[in-house]
Design a protein. Structure first.
Ligand SMILES: Cc1cc2nc3c(=O)[nH]c(=O)nc-3n(C[C@H](O)[C@H](O)[C@H](O)COP(=O)(O)O)c2cc1C
Length: 350
């Protein structure tokens, strides 16, 4: 079974999901400039999707170029995971991933994300529900129509399918099914948590080597990832390590040293879309072109949105620039592609 999945027996270097960053314009630039072995969407609320939240479908826009593309869902209500898994299958995702690692208070206070590490029974129910959704959709026991979504939601689903050039049911392969998590809540509990997840016969687990309490501080504990990988190797589930990796060479080295079957790279990909093909920093010219491409896709995909949400990306592209301070003040006031073109010389002449 494992051999006909998108990862086969290959060492995987993938783009980690980042809410607020890895949206469709970002992912498209990434796939065009240097394509990761796998790409995740930002996480999307399972409860919101199952209620037919129209705006959430922007998060699930993907281009064929991004395949294999994995849709990531979070929440705490098993029934919503059943329904959301059906939505992701209908939209043609290559994988369905459950977030059990987000440390944000807005998510964990509600019992979702990394809070599920402390509730293994609920985590099991969620996993079983999502898997049933995938199985029922593929065995044609259920269709998107059975979810009783309203007309507006059906319209936005049709828009997504058109954008992704996907026709449901045609040539569809069951998606991979996975969980992305952390090593624990306040301390590592991989000895209990990973066997618990492994008992669910997932295709892979992505493990960020920090606890919920750590958030993004300190260092990722790759020794804990190594323990988890050793456990996973007794099963058919793959273990992808994650945390603080900044280049493909480092990913391969960590894979060898800590026994991971793959590595996800997150923050190091921001402002650095050539990261997956070479261990180089982009030149200022590269960065400017990537920024223009990013803004072009953003305008095309979300014509109704203001440039504001691009600013954080612009600032990252400009970080390290000798005239970063002056550039920053120009970048934060940009509101159109033409204005971006106008600062090209300032960006390149340094
Ligand atoms: C701004 C931001 C948003 C994130 N959003 C998500 C998310 O939606 N889903 C998820 O599983 N992890 C999310 N993460 C965690 C990353 O996927 C990754 O696990 C973490 O950043 C460690 O990897 P890195 O050191 O390579 O960045 C987010 C991280 C950051 C910094």
């Amino acid at each position: 079974m494992v051999n006909d999945k998108w990862f086969n027996d290959k060492f995987i270097i993938g783009l980690s999901p980042m809410d607020g960053y890895t949206d469709e314009p970002f992912r498209l630039v990434q796939a065009e400039i240097s394509k990761p072995d796998v790409i995740f969407t930002e996480f999307v609320s399972a409860e919101g999707l199952s209620r037919g939240g129209v705006g959430l479908y922007d998060v699930l826009l993907y281009s064929p170029l991004e395949r294999p593309i994995i849709g990531q869902i979070f929440g705490k209500d098993p029934e919503s995971f059943y329904k959301s898994a059906i939505v992701l299958c209908h939209l043609g995702f290559d994988g369905v991933d459950i977030n059990m690692g987000c440390p944000a208070k807005t998510v964990t206070q509600n019992g979702s994300g990394a809070a599920l590490i402390a509730k293994p029974e609920l985590a099991s129910e969620i996993i079983k529900a999502a898997r049933s959704g995938i199985d029922d959709w593929f065995n044609k026991k259920v269709t998107i129509d059975d979810l009783k979504l309203n007309q507006k939601t059906h319209a936005v689903i049709a828009r997504n399918l058109k954008y992704s050039s996907h026709i449901p049911n045609i040539g569809a392969q069951p998606p991979t099914f996975s969980v992305k998590t952390r090593v624990g809540i306040t301390e590592s509990v991989v000895d209990a948590w990973i066997p618990h997840l492994l008992s669910h016969d997932l295709d892979f687990i992505s493990l960020h080597g920090r606890t919920l309490k750590q958030g993004y501080s300190g260092l990722a504990a790759w020794q804990e990832i190594k323990k988890a990988a050793t456990m996973a190797h007794q099963t058919s589930t793959k273990l992808f390590g994650n945390g603080d990796v900044t280049s493909p060479a480092q990913a391969i080295q960590y894979g060898q040293e800590f026994g991971a079957d793959g590595v996800l790279i997150g923050r190091a990909a921001l402002g650095n879309p050539w990261i997956f093909s070479a261990d180089k920093e982009g030149s200022y010219e590269d960065k400017f072109h990537a920024m223009v491409r990013h803004a072009y896709h953003f305008n095309r995909i979300f014509p109704h949105r203001l440039f504001d949400s691009l600013r954080k990306h612009f600032l990252i592209y400009a970080s390290g620039h000798p005239q970063a301070k002056q550039l920053r003040s120009q970048l934060v006031s940009l509101s159109s592609l033409d204005q971006l073109y106008a600062i090209e010389q300032d960006f390149l002449n340094c």
